[in-house]
Design a protein around this ligand. Structure first.
Ligand SMILES: Nc1ncnc2c1ncn2[C@@H]1O[C@H](COP(=O)(O)OP(=O)(O)O)[C@@H](O)[C@H]1O
Ligand SMILES: N[C@@H](CC(=O)OP(=O)(O)O)C(=O)O
Length: 469
């Protein structure tokens, strides 16, 4: 069972989660836990502050104070000693002082910095369970056997993780049965031995890795929503839960930006064919979403709408120095050399349109440098037009019925006067991607949601509209 930050944001929430966990006594659950509430963001913000605040002010950084307050108060309210987190808070303060001395925050340091969130939440939860009489054992994932590549902030789980995690958990349980409480998100770098993380939202992946390692019957991911919904509920209040999904649908949905699941998290459970259930810790009786290898698609049309914003699109037109296959080969060779990840691609004889993966755009400068380097590398074979501020709308569903889906989509877009700039169905059986202007994206999502999921409301106005473009 994995509990995300929203499920364990306060002492009250920790108590609720403990009740929930203890309501499955016959199951011997293994608990994976994220940092409390928004602690990861606060840690990163504190790290940024430390790079500029000066050594003397480092121990007084506001973010550090807020993190210390939250964790100390939670200990008090749960009736466990503050010593549970005292050493970690002291170490965190020293780390921030170190960052203020160095005036830099490397990716490696970032991973070490954010690790404090999960290390504290799991210690608090395990101490609370022990206090109320349930034997619990806290684990830092990097000591449990989680090994990744040394790609800090985005480590890739290595195969050695599975037997190591299995052995440690089974040996410990045999020796002295206790409920394992494991830090989500964290691991150890293969060569450096330093703390790595699995990318934002990576605790979902921690849970599915444990599921595969121990060949569990089910992995449950507990959130603050009633499962995977038809779209982001922050965009559309009327978003409704999707009862069933395939691993493939869940992966596409996550990859194209639905924050609800980590993009890599389905891989271990898909390999081991273990069902994943997404549930709401604020509403445990809601059925949630069940994710499995297959589901009945006969009645399915659209499952969910996802929106990835702030995407850069490139129109690359061949200078005809090369034939089409030579042009495409050269293009993708350059992407490989520059390690550029591409999301959506559409090609013709002499041109290719692509969108760049915004996950790589965490720094504005970096992406500009990347685009400049690519334009430069392509100069001998192509002209490149850079089109920033686009959005990808991904329609996850039964692509066997793409004609009907697209008919409805374009009917909606006529009413919203939306100009679609690229479409890609690709080899995926579950996803159609459309590129539109970024500022139109939200209106489009709302209108599409209405068309596909809110027909009872039927507010969409059909008929003649006059679009400017
Ligand atoms: N299609 C979707 N279905 C459900 N939630 C979504 C969707 N798209 C975005 N979200 C957002 O994802 C949030 C849950 O993910 P996350 O914050 O990572 O949870 P946790 O911290 O509990 O793991 C929801 O509160 C919701 O705002
Ligand atoms: N705490 C990490 C890892 C994680 O998975 O968090 P959550 O389960 O709250 O999305 C993050 O914020 O990225």
């Amino acid at each position: 069972m994995k509990f995300g930050g929203s499920s364990v944001a306060t002492a009250e929430r920790m108590r609720e989660v403990a009740k929930l966990v203890l309501s499955f006594p016959q199951e011997n659950p293994i608990i994976v836990m994220s940092a409390m509430g928004k602690t990861t963001n606060l840690l990163l913000a504190g790290g940024e502050t430390a790079t500029t605040c000066g050594v003397k002010r480092a121990p007084e950084i506001e973010e550090l104070r807020r993190i210390a307050d939250l964790h100390n108060r939670t200990c008090d309210e749960l009736g466990i000693p503050r010593e549970t987190v005292a050493e970690l808070l002291e170490e965190l303060s020293q780390l921030l002082t170190g960052i203020s001395l160095m005036k830099e925050l490397t990716l490696r340091t970032k991973d070490y910095l954010v690790s404090f969130g999960e290390r504290m939440s799991t210690r608090i939860f395990a101490a609370y369970l022990n206090r109320i009489g349930t034997l619990a054992r806290q684990y830092d994932a990097f000591d449990l056997g989680f090994v990744t590549t040394d790609d800090f902030t985005n480590g890739e789980i290595l195969d050695a993780t599975y037997p190591a995690v299995r052995k440690k958990l089974e040996d410990d349980f045999r020796e002295r049965p206790a409920m394992p409480i494991v830090t989500g998100f964290l691991a150890r770098g293969e060569k450096t031995g330093a703390t790595t993380t699995l990318g934002r939202g990576g605790s979902d992946l921690t849970a599915t890795v444990i599921g595969k390692a121990l060949r569990l019957r089910e992995v449950q991911v507990w959130k603050d929503v009633d499962g995977v919904l038809t779209t982001d509920p922050r965009l559309v209040e009327r978003a409704i839960p999707v009862p069933f999904l395939t691993y493939e649908e869940a992966t596409e949905l996550a990859y194209f930006g639905a924050q609800v699941l980590h993009p890599q998290s389905m891989r271990p459970t898909r390999d081991a064919d273990i069902p994943v259930r997404v549930k709401n810790s604020y509403n445990p009786t809601a059925p949630g979403t069940l994710i499995t290898a297959q589901r009945d698609m006969s009645k399915a049309l659209l499952t969910s709408i996802v929106c990835k914003r702030n995407v850069t699109m490139l129109d690359i037109v061949s200078t005809r120095m090369l034939g089409q296959y030579g042009f495409l080969a050269k293009l993708f060779q350059i992407f490989e050399e520059l390690q550029i990840s591409v999301d959506v691609v559409a090609t013709s004889e002499v041109s290719v349109s692509i969108t760049l993966d915004p996950a790589k755009m965490w720094s504005r400068e970096l992406i500009k440098q990347e685009v400049d380097r690519m334009t430069e590398s392509l100069r001998s074979v192509a002209h490149v037009k850079v089109l920033p501020r686009r959005a990808i709308l991904s329609l996850i569903g039964n692509v066997q019925r793409s004609s009907l889906i697209l008919e409805k989509v374009f009917r909606v877009f006529r009413t919203t006067c939306t100009n679609v700039q690229m479409i890609s169905q690709g080899a995926s059986k579950v996803n159609i991607s459309l590129v539109v202007d970024d500022e139109e994206a939200h209106t489009c999502v709302r209108a599409l949601h209405q068309e596909f999921f809110e027909q009872d409301y039927d507010v969409l106005v059909e008929g003649d509209t006059h679009c400017e473009h």
